[in-house]
Write a protein that binds this ligand. Structure first.
Ligand code: AMP
Length: 210
């Protein structure tokens, strides 16, 4: 069964999704990663979404759905959705899409984190671009030393600027938080505390996903 990882930007969705992928054999789909690779490739889609992402706004539901359909089609493994759905219409569209593909949604898990901690985390966040083009987040599973050893280049995401962080948090509370009510009503919502060591967060995630 597929799962959704929810939570504010910086809650640790990407880090934990990569860990769950390794632990449980999921396919990890991060819509943010998909959009950033479109921007890096200079595609028409990338040109369309670049300014929206930098500002911290959301890409339109229609565009996201068409992107997601393409990414999900043909996937055999259970999926972890990271960064999708971000609005109630996206959640409704995801239900329809999964049903049409004969897939089933297990749980929607929120990694909860207070806004103050989000701001501190995002303002100090660093990424590493490897020579292959792959981007890794500097953190518990990939250090600055790992980045240097693999010939990578350290950089800060454009949307991790102070202005964009504040805006993304506002967008999160206004547009994404209502998605939790959607999954509570469906009896699929669970939450874990994201303000603890990443190993403990993983432990809690594995427990609620049992
Ligand atoms: P993330 O890497 O998940 O923080 O996503 C980075 C940015 O990509 C977001 O701030 C949005 O601008 C855009 N984005 C990612 N996923 C979605 C989505 N499901 N709906 C709309 N915009 C998205």
């Amino acid at each position: 069964m597929d799962i959704i990882l929810m939570g504010a930007p910086g809650a640790g969705k990407g880090t934990q999704a990569a860990r769950l992928k390794t632990a449980l054999g999921y396919k990890h789909i991060s819509t943010g990663d998909v959009l950033r690779s479109e921007i890096a490739s200079g595609s028409e889609l990338g040109k369309k979404v670049g300014a929206i992402i930098q500002k911290g706004d959301l890409v339109s539901d229609e565009l996201m759905l068409s992107i997601l359909k393409e990414v999900v089609s043909g996937v055999q493994e259970p999926i972890i959705f990271d960064g999708f759905p971000r609005t109630v219409p996206q959640a409704e569209m995801l239900n329809t899409m999964l049903a049409s593909l004969g897939r089933e949604l297990g749980k929607a898990v929120e990694i909860s984190l207070p806004d103050e901690v989000v701001v501190v985390r995002l303002s100090s966040r660093k990424q590493c671009k490897l020579p292959s083009g792959e981007v890794k987040q500097i953190g518990p599973d990939f250090s600055l030393e790992d980045c240097a050893a693999q010939g990578g280049e350290v950089f800060t995401r454009k949307d991790d600027s102070a202005e964009s962080i504040a805006h993304r948090l506002q967008v999160y509370h206004q547009q994404t938080e209502p998605v939790t009510a959607f999954y509570k009503q469906a009896g699929k919502f669970v939450a874990v505390n994201g303000d603890q060591h990443p190993d403990q967060v993983l432990n809690d995630l594995l427990n609620v996903l049992k």
